[in-house]
Design a protein around this ligand. Structure first.
Ligand SMILES: Cc1cc2nc3c(=O)[nH]c(=O)nc-3n(C[C@H](O)[C@H](O)[C@H](O)COP(=O)(O)O)c2cc1C
Length: 355
């Protein structure tokens, strides 16, 4: 038996052409960054693409808010040339509003416009949007059809869950409705609404959706390692994997999975210095584009890069109290220097990369 690590690198066992298409959009590999509110803004999407994701998704935007020229919603339409291909996601449940908003998103330069069918938070699902649409395949059909008519040939995709709850397990019906209306790909997060983003992921429902629709299916949920990604593809037959939480502070994982799935050598996990360098890059890019006033929104993302490093808790706490980008930068530079002069055996293995 070859070592498991060798199996992942053997093309004959991998068997996936890295290139695939979402409608007319060519995607260079099978790794997709999941949409995550507060995390997958333009800067992180760029870092994720650079690290190896083939396609990146932006966080949910209110269709109604966009049409009302809500400045916060409009801000989400910012796309940098280095992000492409990029999908931006809308939430809403009125087909006309969704279609009109999709036109705005397509005009902003998104390669793909996605429909949120998974958001569980009461503010969204309580209004009949997001995951509440998992109860209404007919309405999903009407929404996707209206959007496809409005923006074709720009592809429309949907991102759904396992279902609303075990009493209403309509993933296959919803997927069929979306595909029949012209959705170019379907992402399936294999958890119920009540699980939010934690707990066991049902790969069976992803396999069932894959068997039910003629368009590419993207498997999502619980992928935190190359092994998890391989398992997702093998068990479900999905066309690509979507990585969420495990990519936060660890965009390298996207490149590692992409390499493994295409039979290339898997790059090593980053050391502490590289992780802090990435946090610094994220900080500089973010502040250059969003301004120093937006710094509080970056506290969470910066902390993710430090997770598992010695003394990270104290550094995080200090970051939370700082208001100037230059102070945060100095703190991170000092922290990096301190770690680099520490004995090697004091270093932990990098967070969240399990082999
Ligand atoms: C902080 C956070 C924000 C999220 N925001 C969105 C969102 O805007 N749109 C969406 O479709 N899913 C959103 N999700 C769900 C993720 O896209 C993904 O489906 C989920 O985290 C499961 O993948 P994972 O187990 O790899 O994290 C969010 C998840 C998290 C943790």
């Amino acid at each position: 038996m070859p070592e498991r690590a060798e199996c992942w690198q053997r093309r004959d066992l991998v068997g996936h052409d890295p290139v695939w298409f979402v409608g007319r959009v060519r995607v260079a590999n099978r790794v997709v960054l999941a949409p995550m509110a507060g995390a997958t803004g333009s800067v992180f999407r760029r870092l994720a693409r650079e690290a190896g994701a083939g396609l990146v998704y932006g966080e949910l935007v209110s269709a109604r808010g966009l049409l009302q020229s809500n400045r916060k919603s409009e801000h989400f339409l910012t796309i940098h040339p280095a992000e492409h291909p990029v999908a931006l996601q809308l939430f809403g449940s009125n087909p006309h509003v969704m279609a009109e908003a999709a036109v705005r998103v397509a005009q902003a330069g998104a390669d793909i416009v996605d429909v949120n069918l998974g958001c569980p938070v009461p503010k969204v699902a309580g209004g009949g949007d997001g995951c509440a649409l998992m109860l209404h395949p007919d309405l999903v059909y009407a929404i996707v059809l209206a959007m496809v008519k409005a923006i074709s040939p720009v592809p429309v995709t949907v991102k759904m869950r396992r279902g609303w709850d075990p009493e209403h397990p309509y993933a296959v019906q919803v997927a069929r409705a979306a595909a029949a209306a012209g959705a170019a790909a379907i992402a399936v997060h294999g958890r119920w609404r009540g699980q939010r983003h934690q707990g066991p992921v049902d790969l069976g429902v992803i396999a069932a959706v894959k068997a039910a629709v003629p368009v590419p299916v993207i498997g999502n949920g619980g992928i935190a390692s190359v092994a998890d990604a391989r398992r997702m593809m093998e068990v479900t037959g999905c066309d690509a994997v979507m990585v969420g939480q495990a990519a936060l502070g660890n965009p390298w994982l996207l490149g590692q999975i992409a390499a493994a799935l295409t039979g290339e050598e898997v790059p090593p996990a980053p050391g502490a210095g590289e992780r802090i360098e990435m946090a610094l890059r994220h900080l500089r890019m973010f502040v250059a584009e969003e301004g120093e006033r937006a710094l509080p929104a970056l506290r969470g993302p910066l902390a993710w890069y430090l997770k598992g490093l010695p003394g990270a808790g104290a550094v995080r706490e200090r970051i939370n109290r700082l208001e100037r980008a230059a102070e945060v930068e100095d703190l991170l530079l000092n922290y990096r220097d301190r770690l680099e002069s520490a004995p090697v055996d004091a270093m932990p293995s990098p967070a969240r990369v399990r082999w």
